[in-house]
Design a protein around this ligand. Structure first.
Ligand code: F0G
Length: 463
């Protein structure tokens, strides 16, 4: 029997969600052109589109918002935030508030990458889409360098998010001074929310130092990553989550962070600069001022900065993390009982179902991950998203690109859904699995925009 770690909180405020019939949902998804982003939130029963900005804030966070200081410069909220950030991340020279993760990337990446200066390559364990986008906007080429284990969804080994350091050395030998930055994404979202070990972060940092390459952490899920280190990496069992976070951040020169994940905010982001003499520090400040707002608010309300200060602390609470990761593991165990394949062991922020394994008769270019997302919606009103060949888009010549995986991602919002909701998810997947052999055709594209097609695409079922 799958086990569920009970919530370390109780519910004080509720948000009603609407139940619909299968018949209604079939019409809704058709009207949405089979695109999950087009469905109105009102028509969704369990929303697993993303874990980003969808968490439930605590009474402490809402309370902190009431004392937010809306002064333009050097507000009280700012100083409360800086104290909290130093407590969690250590003594960094500069923390730059910005409005979300991709804003942090927009501020930092053009300072480290510059085609005209010959810095036109960036390497990561795996770039998240927006980070990849900001690398490409500078004219540089992003290269993913994740360990081979990540590519086998059935292989149960810890730290499948790690950088392939042997390959990293080969890439450095090949590209040398052209490499402007190495980015470590923790946890590795695109590889299934897989964690990265301290040993791997330390080794990657040392390689970067040896070759004088700036080392940057993409820190969206820094606390979930620390939880896995405490649980699974030798020598870390007696350390606190904060001690582990501080050690991890001690190896980096910069970080960019979406605060919409582990800091449990609805909106917010951060750039960190370790060294007061860092060449990019003045550029970070200048880019933030022109693009986001004055240094001490960076596009955020004073009240949001206070909620951020509190969220940073709550995100590192061990019992909260144990419950959160436990939820995903509960879902995974129920799927194991039914023989459903997913990226295993499960990562932090969600479960990535292997839709190619679920629907062996649907070819990749008919998007099995999207078929499963649509079926989940029809079955139980669950909204998930495809992470596969639909998301991969096409190459510069317009040819379709096959993704390494055909995943359907069930991303779990923080502190929002209960065990009964997780049973609805498991039951729906198990029902679909029972009839999975009968699915032989997927979708064709009826219309698509020139870039980032998955957000706007119109799909048509192939009869
Ligand atoms: N980095 C990682 C690893 C992310 O997962 C995200 C967002 C970002 C950067 C960008 O942050 O959304 O605040 O601008 N991931 C969301 C997701 C959107 O659904 O995985 P943002």
């Amino acid at each position: 029997m799958a086990k569920y770690v009970a919530e370390p909180f109780r519910i004080k405020m509720v948000e009603p969600i609407r139940k619909t019939t299968r018949e209604e949902r079939e019409q809704i998804i058709k009207d949405a052109n089979y695109n999950m982003f087009n469905i109105h939130a009102e028509d969704v029963y369990i929303d697993l589109l993303t874990d980003s900005g969808t968490g439930a804030m605590s009474q402490e966070q809402w309370g902190a918002m009431m004392i937010g200081d809306e002064a333009y410069a050097h507000s009280r909220s700012y100083f409360r935030f800086i104290d909290s950030a130093k407590d969690v991340f250590g003594d960094w020279a500069w923390f730059q508030l910005v409005h979300q993760g991709r804003a942090a990337e927009k501020v930092l990446m053009p300072l480290l990458l510059d085609k005209e200066q010959g810095k036109d390559v960036a390497i990561s364990n795996t770039f998240f889409d927006t980070t990849r986008g900001h690398v490409m906007l500078t004219g540089a080429t992003p290269i993913d360098c994740v360990v081979e284990e990540a590519k086998d969804s059935k292989l149960r080994v810890p730290f499948k998010g790690n950088m392939d350091t042997k390959r990293l050395r080969e890439l450095i030998a090949e590209y040398g001074d052209r490499i402007g930055v190495v980015v470590m994404t923790i946890t590795n979202n695109s590889a299934g929310g897989q964690p990265v070990s301290v040993a791997n972060i330390k080794e990657t940092s040392a390689i970067c130092k040896e070759h004088n390459i700036p080392f940057c952490i993409d820190a969206a899920r820094y606390a979930e990553n620390a939880f896995f280190i405490k649980r699974d990496e030798a020598g870390y069992q007696d350390k606190t989550i904060k001690e582990i976070v501080r050690e991890v951040f001690s190896y980096a020169d910069y970080f960019t962070m979406s605060a919409k994940k582990d800091a449990i905010l609805n909106m917010g982001g951060l750039v960190g600069v370790k060294d007061p003499e860092a060449p990019a520090l003045n550029g970070v400040k200048a880019n933030a001022i022109v693009g986001e707002g004055f240094l001490t608010y960076g596009g955020l309300n004073g009240r949001d900065i206070d909620a951020f200060a509190v969220g940073l602390q709550e995100g590192t609470d061990y019992h909260y993390l144990e419950y959160r990761i436990g939820q995903v593991e509960y879902l995974a165990e129920r799927l194991d009982e039914a023989g459903i394949v997913y990226q295993a062991p499960v990562g932090g922020h969600g479960l990535f179902v292997d839709a190619a394994a679920m629907f062996p008769n649907i070819p990749w270019y008919e998007f099995p991950g999207q078929v499963l997302a649509v079926e989940l919606y029809k079955e139980a009103g669950i909204r998930s998203c495809e992470i596969g060949s639909l998301l991969m888009d096409h190459d510069a010549e317009g040819n379709p690109v096959q993704s390494a995986f055909e995943f359907t991602r069930l991303a779990i919002p923080r502190r929002v859904y209960t065990q009964a909701h997780f049973d609805v998810m498991a039951d729906a997947l198990i029902e679909i699995k029972k009839r999975a052999d009968k699915y032989t055709r997927g979708f064709e594209i009826a219309w698509e925009p020139p870039v980032l097609r998955h957000f706007q695409v119109h799909l048509k079922p192939i009869e």
